[in-house]
Design a protein around this ligand. Structure first.
Ligand code: PMP
Length: 326
């Protein structure tokens, strides 16, 4: 400072004061007050694109924003943003083409458009909530979530994703720190996915790093952990429950312990926008690997996977009205 003349100092201050307030300031994520969504648009046989349940993504984003005490945004506007994102992407030429390979691939390698709306709410130095959050919508072409050819082994971790009374039920940024670290570590050890148990007792299954989970029991019942404040209410989860009930399958949403799964599950699969319906071959829990069934995709898992993909790629009738064109 002493080396600056009074004039130079004045000039510097004027320059600094003239810097417009950059929107970038709003990118401050230090307090983790952000949330996001993941939606998908699927190429149809007729060359068009259709979005899978964007109204559900919009509703969940709106709930996440409310959960973070951000001012409300009408879900209809968020849905429009999702659809607009896909539309502009396709106008720019990012238009995946329909390939029938999804039919035979258990790891969903067919291309789709992934839409990622996100919002932040903390622009300040201290704890606080912005009165004007903004939403950005990015869309990009994606293929498989899990690496092709990888064995679908899952590690049941003792690390904690969500605690009771916390934010596990909303799709907020901070929820993904531990799952990302745990999953990346598990991948190094040859696992495709990490499965989390409840924080308090380390006894009941909750979900994967970014997917929900289902089990087919010996008696044919399909069980998925019941929703609470520690599990993300997945849109694929909800859809799979609807599909299974429609097939006449007995579906239970309840607590399911790791012991029950290890002794009674014949099929296990995870669900998500990115994961679709993907079977798990085994669980490794406390160092011991337990294989489900014969280690291949189970009968009901395959049926649900084919039905969901069939609807999404426009090959099966969309009898629930899930696919939105634009
Ligand atoms: N759980 C978590 C933690 C997730 O991040 C996701 C992905 N959004 C899911 C479950 C599955 O949700 P959906 O089916 O809506 O993609």
């Amino acid at each position: 400072e002493s080396k600056l003349s009074a004039i130079e100092r004045e000039e510097l201050l004027t320059k600094r004061n003239n810097i417009p307030e950059l929107p970038l300031v709003n990118f401050t994520t230090q307090y983790g007050m952000g949330c996001f969504e993941g939606a998908k648009a699927y190429p149809q046989k007729d060359g068009s694109l259709k979005v899978f349940r964007p109204d559900e993504n919009a509703k969940r984003m709106s709930n996440s924003m409310a959960g973070l005490l951000m001012p409300a945004i009408d879900p209809k506007m968020l849905e429009l943003a999702i659809i607009e994102g896909v539309k502009r992407n396709s106008e720019l030429g990012f238009l995946p083409t329909y390939k029938s390979e999804w039919e035979d691939n258990n790891f969903l390698t067919a291309d789709a458009v992934y839409i990622r709306p996100f919002s932040y709410a903390e622009p300040g130095i201290g704890l606080g909530i912005s009165v004007a959050p903004w939403v950005v919508c990015v869309s990009t072409n994606v293929s498989g979530y899990f690496k092709e050819g990888m064995r679908s082994r899952a590690l049941v971790t003792d690390k904690v994703r969500a605690t009771k009374g916390g934010t596990g039920w909303i799709k907020c940024d901070s929820n993904y720190v531990i799952p990302t670290l745990v999953k990346k570590r598990a991948e190094k050890d040859g696992f495709m996915e990490a499965i989390f148990l409840d924080a308090a007792e380390q006894k009941y299954i909750e979900e994967g790093s970014s997917c929900n989970i289902f089990f087919v029991l010996k008696n044919g019942t399909l069980v998925t952990p019941e929703l609470g404040d520690t599990i993300l209410p997945g849109i694929t989860r909800k859809s799979v429950i609807e599909l299974a009930k429609d097939m006449g399958i007995n579906v239970e949403e309840r607590k399911i312990s790791i012991d029950e799964v290890l002794s009674d599950a014949t099929e296990t699969f995870v669900t998500g926008t990115a994961a679709g319906v993907t079977y798990l071959e085994s669980f490794t829990y406390k160092g011991k690997e337990t294989v489900f069934g014969d280690g291949n995709i189970g009968e009901l898992t395959l049926k649900l996977q084919k039905t969901l993909k069939g609807i999404q790629y426009g090959v099966l009738e969309d009898k629930f009205g899930w696919m939105k064109s634009f």
